[in-house]
Design a protein around this ligand. Structure first.
Ligand code: PEP
Ligand code: MN
Length: 336
C-alpha cells in the first residue's frame, strides 16, 4: 500500500493514519523524497481502502502488492520526466541519445567525441572514469581528474555528462561534474550505494544486473526512490545466459515489460547488450521499437584503439548512421 500524504500534513493527522494502518497489521515505512511524503504499508490483510483513504492528510492511497511500490505504474500513471536543464529532458515520447566512449581516455578523445556529438545534435555524452573491469590489470579509468577535464569541455559545448559511480565515497567527489550518475551492472545490488544515491538531487540511471531479474532491477530502483531520489531511469544492458555467440543477451522483452510495470524512463544499452559492433545498430533499432525512451551506446573515433570495449564500439561514421536511423525508427514508432 502507498499512502501519498498531503504536503502540509499536520503531525497529529500523520500519527492517526499510522495508527490506523498498524491496526490493520501493516508494517509502515515513512518515506520522504525530494518531491513528496509517502507511507508504505506492507501487510497481507484485505481491507477497504476507503476506510483509510478518507482520513485527513491523505492525498491519495493505492494498493500495490508487488515488492517494489514507488517505482510502480500502479500508483503513478504519469511517466517520470528527467530534467537535465537547458531544455534537455529524458521522457516518454522522446528519444534520448547518450553516446560516447566506454572509457574517458584523455583531452583529445574528449574533444573529438564532443565534436562528433555536436555534429549530430546529441546532447548527452557517456564515458567511464571509474571502470569496473573483470581483470585488475585492465585500464581502470582516469578517475576524478579525467572527469574534471571532461566536465570543462562538455560544459563549454553544452553537453551533459553521464558517468558511472562505483562506490559511496565517489558520489560527493563527482557531484559537481556529473549530470547523471550511472550505477553499473556490477553494482545494481550494492544497496549502500543505492541508499546514498537516494540522498542526491541529481538523476540516476540504474543498469540491470548481469544476472539480475527484471523485478530485482525494479527493487534496486525502489531503494533509490525510497531513500529520497525520484529522478531515476532504468537501463536494460543485456544479461548473462547460456548463449556464447554474443557477449550478453539483450533482453528486449525487458524493455516492453519495464515500460508496463514502471513509470520510470527505460533506456537501452545495445553496446553491452550484444557486445559486437556489427550488431549494435539493429539491436538499438529493435529496442526503440520495443518502447525504449532512450539509447546509450559506445562510440570512439578509432574503436580498435579504445582502452576498453573496442569490439562493441562504433566509429563515428557508424555512430552517425545509427543516430540517423534511430531518429527515423522513433518517428515511425510514434506515428503508429
Ligand atoms: C559501461 O557502461 O561501460 C559499463 C561498464 O556498463 P555495465 O555496467 O552495463 O557493464
Ligand atoms: Mn563499456
Amino acid at each position: 500500500m502507498i499512502i501519498q500524504l498531503e504536503k502540509e500534513i499536520a503531525e497529529k493527522d500523520k500519527e492517526n493514519i499510522i495508527k490506523k494502518v498498524r491496526d490493520l497489521k501493516y508494517k509502515i515505512t515513512d518515506v520522504r523524497t525530494q518531491k513528496g511524503d509517502y507511507l508504505i504499508g506492507i501487510g497481507k490483510k484485505e481491507f477497504d481502502i476507503r476506510d483509510v483513504g478518507h482520513m485527513p492528510g491523505i492525498a491519495d492511497i493505492h494498493i500495490v502488492s508487488d515488492d517494489y511500490k514507488l517505482v510502480s505504474k500502479k500508483w503513478k500513471v504519469k511517466p517520470t520526466v528527467i530534467d537535465l536543464g537547458d531544455g534537455i529532458t529524458i521522457e516518454k515520447g522522446g528519444m534520448a541519445i547518450m553516446a560516447g566512449p566506454c572509457s574517458i581516455e584523455g583531452e583529445e578523445q574528449i574533444r573529438k567525441t564532443i565534436d562528433h556529438l555536436r555534429e549530430n545534435d546529441v546532447k548527452i555524452m557517456r564515458g567511464g572514469v571509474y571502470k569496473p573491469r573483470s581483470s585488475p590489470y585492465s585500464f581502470r579509468g582516469l578517475g576524478i581528474d579525467g572527469l574534471k577535464v571532461w566536465y570543462k569541455a562538455a560544459r563549454e559545448a553544452g553537453i551533459k555528462i553521464i558517468t558511472e559511480v562505483m562506490q559511496v565515497s565517489q558520489i560527493e567527489e563527482m557531484y559537481e561534474y556529473v549530470d547523471i550518475y550511472q550505477v553499473g551492472a556490477r553494482n545494481t545490488q550494492n544497496f549502500n550505494l543505492l541508499d546514498e544515491l537516494g540522498l542526491v538531487d541529481k538523476p540516476v540511471l540504474i543498469k540491470r544486473g548481469i544476472s539480475g531479474t527484471i523485478d530485482e532491477l525494479l527493487s534496486s530502483a525502489e531503494y533509490v526512490f525510497s531513500a529520497g531520489n525520484e529522478n531515476l531511469m532504468l537501463c536494460e544492458r543485456g544479461i548473462r545466459t547460456y548463449e556464447k555467440a554474443s557477449r550478453n543477451t539483450m533482453d528486449i522483452n525487458a524493455i516492453s515489460i519495464l515500460k508496463e510495470k514502471s513509470h520510470l524512463p527505460v533506456i537501452a544499452d545495445p553496446s553491452h547488450g550484444i557486445g559486437i559492433r556489427d550488431h549494435v545498430e539493429p539491436i538499438a533499432l529493435a529496442c526503440i521499437m520495443a518502447g525504449a525512451d532512450g539509447v546509450i551506446y559506445e562510440t570512439h573515433e578509432k574503436p580498435e584503439e579504445a582502452y576498453s570495449d573496442g569490439q562493441q564500439t562504433l566509429d563515428f561514421r557508424e555512430s552517425a548512421r545509427l543516430i540517423h536511423k534511430m531518429r527515423k525508427v522513433f518517428e515511425l514508432r510514434e506515428s503508429m
